[in-house]
Structure formats: C-alpha cells, structure tokens
Design a protein around this ligand. Structure first.
Ligand SMILES: C[S@@+](CC[C@H](N)C(=O)[O-])C[C@H]1O[C@@H](n2cnc3c(N)ncnc32)[C@H](O)[C@@H]1O
Length: 451
C-alpha cells in the first residue's frame, strides 16, 4: 500500500477519536477514515501511512450505512467539529456506547446506558472563535481553524451554539474595524473572541484576546472600549466585556493578564438549587443541560454527611452541587482565578465548612497522605491526560471511595488498571453525553475500596 492508492474498504467500528476503523489486505492492516459510519462500504484514497496504520479519505460512498443522514449543519464539511452529524442523535449515542464497550472490554457488565443531553442543539455555552481577516478587503473572519491548518472557516451560523452568538459574531464582523491577527507576521490586534453564556438567564461575558502587551494596550484602550460599549448597547444579554492580553505566538489562547472593560465580573449559572458564578477565564463545563445529569450521578452516589475531596475542582462546581450531603469540602485547584471564584461560590451557596488548596494537585495528595487525612469520597476530575501512577497511589491512600469524572475514556481505562491493582474496584461506568454530535464522551466511574 502506498500514498494515493485508491482501495475499497468496509468500516468495522468507530474509534474513541471518532474515526471509522477498517482493515485491509492479508495482514489486516488498520486504516482510519473520517466522517463515516460502521458497516459502510467506501472507496478511499490513502492520505498517510506508517508502519502501524494508514489514514484514508473518502472518494465515494459505495454502500452507505442505513443510519446515514444529511448533516443538519450547512458547514459540516468545512468545519469538522461535529463529526457525528451524519447520523441521528440516538444512533450517535449507540456508537458512543459501543466505543465504551470496546474500551472497557473486561467491565462490559458495569457499563450503564449513556445519559443523553436534554438539549442537543444550541447546547454549547462557551465559544472560542479565532479572529482573522481577508488579505485584501480586510473582512473579519470568525470561526474555527480548518483541520491541521490555521486557515479559518468563517462560521456565520453554528447550530450547536445559542443563536445569540450567531448574532453577536455577525455584529463583530460588520462593525469591528481595529484589525485582526495576521499569524505569519505576528501582527494585528484581535486574536480570539470568547463568549460564555449562562443558560439560566442567557447573560453573556465576552472576552477579546488581543495581541498586545500592557504598554501597547494603553494606546488602543480607548478604541477597544468604544467598540465594547457599542456591542454591549446592542445586546442587552452582554453583562461584562474583558480583554485578555496575549502577544505570545503560542497555541495557548489566553495570556496571563485579563482586564475588565465594562460591566459585571461574572455571570450566574443555576443548576437545581445551587448557583455558580462563572468568571471570564475560569473553567466551567460547556453544556449545562447535560452537566446537571452528571452532577446528579455523583450526588446520588455520595452518602449523607460525608467528607469530600474535590480534586481538580475548578470553581467548585461538583462539590457545591453535592454539598447538601457533605459535612466538609476540601478543594484542590491550580488556577488562582478559579479558587477565588470557588470561594465566592461557597459563600453564595451558604457553604461554610470548606478548605481550598491552590496549586498542583499531586503535591497536595502527597501532603494529605503524610498528614494521614482520609476523605469519604475523592471526586477526581482531571484534565484529558488523566492522573499518573504515583498520584493515584496517594489518592488511594487518602480516600475511602473515588468518583472519577473523565473527559477521556482512554486515559480513564489506563487509570482504572492502576486503581484496580491497588485495590479500588469499579462499581459502574456511566457515560454522559456532554458534547452531542462530537465523538467526545464524559464518563463517571465509582471506585470502591477492596470490594
Ligand atoms: C476538567 S476540569 C474540572 C473542573 C471542575 N471539576 C468542574 O467540573 O467544573 C479540570 C480542572 O483541573 C485544573 N487543573 C489542571 N491541572 C491541574 C493540576 N496539576 N493541579 C490542580 N488542578 C489542575 C484545571 O484548572 C481545571 O479547573
């Protein structure tokens, strides 16, 4: 097999990365293909190849899966974010269940049906659009980077974000005149537009990420303030506008300095009887309609009057949601901004018995072990990379139960093996569809000690 070969394949299954997997030739050589479904017969062209696998691109769908439909997003092909729009929502859930069964082969009997998102369109309540402009006419482009490139697909309409964001981005396209970032030259002002929306009252925070340092910011402060006033007069939903200064040429969207231009510091998101302050830059889950279901799973599995360690706790969301069942919450989080917001969130929800530790979680696991601290439950919600072995061993020593919330079932699988070795056994595996029509799966696993 070589690059540009055209071959006919049958798609076997979907991978955790949302690609179709097929095998070819006598050696059953593995090929990954995007934007396809299991049981489809395809003519593909080989686009890349190494010793272990190849990637192919669809040239012709010879036999479509019976589940294949036309994507509801007009920009499906150009954007590439919602890979699973080529089938109905219920079938995408079945595919995600199959992915979990494939990953957790030895625990199949513990896998519960995935909980769907009560809303699967207009669900995404945090948007991060890179901003660029056309070369000659300097027309503003706001959208997502095309795959493996930094060219932008101008997203004038996105069905998975609240419609108000379509309107705000239209306003920016038509009225913003201060220039956008030109990556090749590392010049130009506006790099990203970020919006956070509360589903409770539709209030919005906007952040303009600018390619300037503090000194240069002072020179354009008046102009950006004028534009901010103009946009907030136009949209009553916008409660606060910020700039974030990031003149570094990295893949990090945000720089270290965020400055409020106008309005409030935060918006309020209600989930059941709890209220959460969401600041401009702190982490909060993007789909409020599904996250509530995930939080309920965690709460239902905690006994009354428990002590909990909310590890990788962000602004304290999970701990606060379950707080009616806790006698003390200990939060660990590395972002100072988020821990400040957590403090305010505890106060807002009348939680008095708490401790907050700001810094690297691993260090605190070690310290707590030295201090012989024991928590009834550790809620473990790490970034996609999961935890390392040493960290997990320390967590095991300070916890009676572990409720692992994972946005990456592959690293969860790895961490599950470590936890099993040290005597923590999975009780159930519950997927929740936080990201409808994408391949992403959020998973909750309750680990109990020495069952
Ligand atoms: C997946 S988010 C979970 C947040 C929170 N549990 C929630 O549901 O809103 C992961 C959080 O871990 C924090 N984080 C990342 N690496 C960390 C580390 N090494 N130590 C402590 N916190 C970390 C991030 O800032 C982020 O707030």
């Amino acid at each position: 097999m070589k690059i540009n070969d055209e071959i006919i394949v049958n798609i076997e299954k979907m991978t955790p990365q949302g690609e179709g997997l097929c095998r070819y030739g006598e050696n059953n050589f593995v090929i990954f293909v995007k934007n396809c479904l299991p049981n489809e017969k395809l003519k593909i062209k080989i686009t890349s190849l190494n010793k272990h696998f190849a990637r192919g691109q669809i040239i012709e769908i010879i036999q479509p899966a019976k589940e294949r439909i036309k994507p509801f997003c007009p920009l499906y092909n150009a954007c590439g974010s919602c890979q699973m729009q080529i089938c109905e929502y219920d079938y995408s859930i079945k595919l995600k269940e199959d992915i979990l069964k494939d990953i957790f082969k030895n625990e199949k009997n513990l896998i519960l049906p995935i909980i769907k998102s009560s809303k699967n369109k207009e669900y995404r309540h945090k948007i991060q659009f890179p901003a660029r402009e056309t070369k000659n006419s300097k027309r503003v482009l706001l959208g997502y980077f095309k795959e493996n490139s930094h060219d932008i697909t101008d997203i004038k309409f996105c069905p998975i974000q609240p419609d108000i964001i379509n309107k705000i981005s239209k306003f920016i396209r038509e009225n913003y005149k201060l220039g956008c970032y030109i990556e090749k030259k590392q010049q130009g002002l506006l790099k990203h537009v970020i919006a956070r929306i509360s589903s409770s009252d539709n209030s919005i925070l906007l952040i303009f990420v600018l390619n300037v340092d503090e000194k240069k910011y002072q020179k354009i402060k008046g102009d950006i303030t004028d534009f901010s006033n103009k946009i907030s007069n136009e949209f009553k939903e916008i409660k606060g506008i910020f700039v974030n200064l990031n003149n570094k040429n990295t893949n990090c969207i945000l720089g270290n300095k965020t400055i409020k231009i106008t309005g409030e510091d935060y918006i309020l998101q209600k989930l059941e009887n709890k209220t959460f302050k969401i600041g401009a830059t702190s982490f909060f889950q993007v789909n409020p309609f599904a996250i509530i279901e995930l939080f309920k799973i965690v709460k239902n599995n905690i006994k009354e009057n428990s002590t909990i360690l909310d590890a990788y706790g962000g602004v304290g969301a999970i701990g606060i949601f379950v707080s009616d069942k806790t006698k003390k919450i200990t939060l660990i989080e590395e972002s100072q901004n988020a821990t400040q917001m957590a403090k305010e969130n505890y106060k807002l929800n009348n939680i008095e018995n708490y401790e907050i530790f700001c810094g690297d979680a691993k260090k605190f696991f070690e310290d707590f072990k030295k201090d012989n601290k024991i928590f009834d439950y550790t809620i473990l919600d790490p970034p996609r990379s999961g935890c390392d072995e040493e960290g997990l061993k320390n967590i095991a020593d300070i916890s009676n139960n572990i409720i692992y919330v994972s946005c990456n079932p592959v690293t969860l699988r790895r961490d599950m093996e470590t936890l099993k070795k040290i005597g923590f056994l999975p009780d159930f595996i519950q997927g929740v569809d936080l990201f409808p029509y994408t391949y992403h799966i959020e998973t909750v696993v309750l680990f109990k000690k020495g069952k």
